[in-house]
Write a new protein. Structure first.
Length: 186
């Protein structure tokens, strides 16, 4: 049984999403909830994210929606370093703060501000070591920032039992088609 799941994926600009009201955001959250729902029913206790913009914050919002039915589900935001939002624009800082303020646990892996890339590598290693499952919005057809966490998880899985579940663009297309079909039936 999976007790802790890490969730990550693309940043908004990697998906061509520049506004929170973009319809794609709702489909991404639906895809995440469809993956999480059976896990929560089977005993998933924690979802952990690093709080990066995009899929991770949308995943947090999906967790908050699931908490309406599963109040025992918890969200941990574990950033790679302190003040990761320091250079973000005001809108993104507000979004981040609204997500973090509702989290059940918030901490930073390195107790210092950004220094260099090693903090991201350390974060990736931490996430796979502290979870039993990685849910990653990632498609091999479009490399991007999730590639590094994916490669860390694959390497970790060579020596440890570890589950990796990808949400691909094909999976998102299926969600869109299902949602559209449901709208047509009303």
């Amino acid at each position: 049984m999976v007790k802790v799941a890490a969730i990550s994926g693309y940043k908004p600009f990697e998906l061509g999403i520049f506004e929170q009201n973009n319809p794609a955001v709702a489909y991404i959250k639906t895809a995440i909830k469809k993956q999480l729902y059976p896990l929560v029913e089977a005993g998933l206790e924690w979802v952990i994210i690093s709080g990066q913009l995009g899929v991770e914050l949308w995943a947090a919002e999906a967790v908050y929606e699931l908490q309406l039915d599963f109040p025992e589900l918890k969200l941990g935001v574990i950033t790679p370093f302190l003040n990761q939002e320091a250079k973000w624009n005001e809108k993104n800082k507000e979004w981040y703060e609204s997500v973090v303020s509702q989290a059940d646990f918030v901490d930073s892996i390195t107790k210092k501000n950004y220094e260099n890339q090693w903090q991201f590598r350390l974060k990736n290693q931490f996430f796979v070591e502290k979870s039993e499952l990685l849910l990653l919005l990632y498609d091999h057809e479009k490399e991007g920032s999730p590639k590094f966490l994916y490669e860390t998880a694959l390497s970790y899985r060579e020596k440890h039992p570890y589950e990796i579940r990808l949400i691909t663009f094909y999976d998102l297309q299926l969600v869109v088609e299902q949602e559209e079909e449901e709208k047509r039936q009303f």
